[in-house]
Ligand binder design. Structure first.
Ligand code: AMP
Length: 436
């Protein structure tokens, strides 16, 4: 096949080339080289590319060109997470600005009214998460009868997240005559089945084999007991100043890790499904700008995180689904920068590690747990001390205030009062939580 090496050899028009220069894109990435000509020709497309390869521009640029001069809502982009939807909207803004192509972002966690207004105004592209779009369809505030272009981004994730019924409902409202483009970093069985149902003789663009990693990311795994994971994380963070994204299995564990890092004086934020949209945005923006060195996240947030300088991805817990490993590690070594990925594997997680290695067709190097590192030793000792203190009959709060160990207790007004000999002020009463 023809090798395209510059944007102007892909058939893009002058306005797109200007927008690309403005965005600082010099050369098309492999997915862009292969997908753009087919997408411009109006063909259905399956794009299978590792994350961070530039697939958003691969569908946004042709979409903008194909919608030029048309009135009303003509394109729909579906994404699994709010963050990803917002990022796609940012690309649309970058490439559609000044060309009359506007995007209506239809996502959960924010009010419906502004979205209803944009939908009524007939913004040319709807960028939506499936749940909220269905809400609008039920209220009659979104109409999809003129859609000519449908994009399903991170299709495997949408299917994994149980969006299938929602997707089917949306797809039933779309005109049959349309262009459909489906993108996914991995092409597991369900995606193939979905594609065969909804796409017509699609052009297949496979840049990296399903399950392959960004090549520049160096990967290692630490075999570590669960109770030493926090100590290991603190020790790794002490090794450099790198911006780090930490993944945990649950929202509660994300909260706990975040608090542990905060106590250690590390600038950290967290992002998971129980955080409000505003909190998620603040965490992500702060991380992007460098106000937070560490972002702790659950998988829900993994797809939408496009931060150029993530140097280190830590799998504090291994994911249950091996595809998630690819997506998590794909957050580092995006585009030109290189990065590393460290995974913590406890004895309970060995099956997950085996599945990941099978899926990625690669054995991950085992690294030594830095047990001699002072930070690791201190953290393990603190944990042991805390465990003893927590034994029946002991009073952890009181003990910690007397211990002189650095931490929150030093700043506690009651501790200061105690040190100065004053009677401590009662600021609240401990009420045991009833077990559910
Ligand atoms: P994506 O895979 O679409 O999430 O893109 C990953 C990152 O690469 C985003 O920050 C894009 O803005 C950037 N990017 C995409 N294509 C190019 C390109 N041809 N040259 C430079 N940066 C790009």
């Amino acid at each position: 096949m023809t090798e395209f090496t510059s944007f102007d050899s892909l058939g893009l028009d002058a306005a797109s080339l200007v927008a690309l220069t403005r965005a600082g894109y010099e050369k098309p990435t492999p997915i862009q080289q292969k997908a753009i000509p087919a997408a411009l020709a109006g063909r259905d497309l399956i794009g299978c590319a590792a994350t961070g390869t530039g697939k958003t521009a691969a569908f946004v640029l042709p979409m903008v060109e194909r919608l030029q001069g048309k009135k009303g809502t003509r394109a729909l982009v579906l994404a699994p997470t709010r963050e990803l939807a917002i990022q796609i909207a940012e690309h649309l803004e970058m490439f559609g600005r000044g060309r009359g192509i506007r995007g209506a972002v239809v996502i959960g966690g924010v009010g419906m009214m502004p979205q209803t207004r944009e939908l009524r105004e007939g913004h040319e592209v709807i960028i939506a998460t499936p749940g909220r779009l269905n809400d609008h369809l039920e209220h009659g505030t979104a109409k999809l009868n003129n859609i000519e272009i449908l994009v399903l981004d991170e299709a495997d994730r949408m299917l994994d997240m149980g969006f299938r019924p929602q997707l089917d409902r949306i797809l039933a409202r779309l005109p049959k005559q349309r262009q459909t483009m489906l993108f996914s970093a991995t092409m597991a069985g369900e995606v193939a089945e979905f594609a065969s149902r909804y796409l017509k003789s699609p052009e297949r663009v496979e840049i990296a084999r399903s399950g392959t990693m960004p090549e520049r990311a160096s990967q290692r795994v630490f075999m570590v007991p669960r109770e030493e994971k926090t100590a290991l994380l603190l020790a790794l963070l002490a090794e450099d100043e790198a911006s780090t994204l930490v993944f945990t299995r649950t929202k509660r564990r994300a909260d706990r890790v975040c608090h542990a890092l905060d106590r250690a004086g590390i600038k950290v934020a967290r992002i998971h499904a129980d955080r409000s949209q505003g909190q998620r945005k603040m965490a992500l923006d702060g991380f992007k700008k460098g106000a937070y060195r560490v972002l702790v996240a659950t998988d829900i947030a993994a797809r939408g995180i496009d931060v150029e300088e993530i140097a280190h991805v830590v799998n504090f817990d291994l994911p249950n689904v091996p595809e998630d490993y690819v997506h998590r590690v794909g957050r580092t070594a995006r585009m030109a920068s290189s990065g590393k990925a460290s995974s913590f594997c406890s004895s309970e997680e060995k099956d997950q590690l085996r599945d990941i290695e099978k899926f990625t067709r690669r054995i991950i190097d085992v690294a030594q747990v830095p047990r001699d590192a002072p930070v690791f030793r201190d953290a393990v000792a603190r944990r042991a001390e805390f465990a003893t203190e927590s034994m029946p009959g002991r009073h952890p709060q009181r003990r910690r205030m007397h211990s002189g160990a650095p931490g929150r207790a030093d700043h506690h007004p009651a501790a200061a009062a105690h040190a100065s000999g004053e009677k401590p002020r009662v600021v609240g009463r401990f009420k045991p939580r009833r077990r559910r």
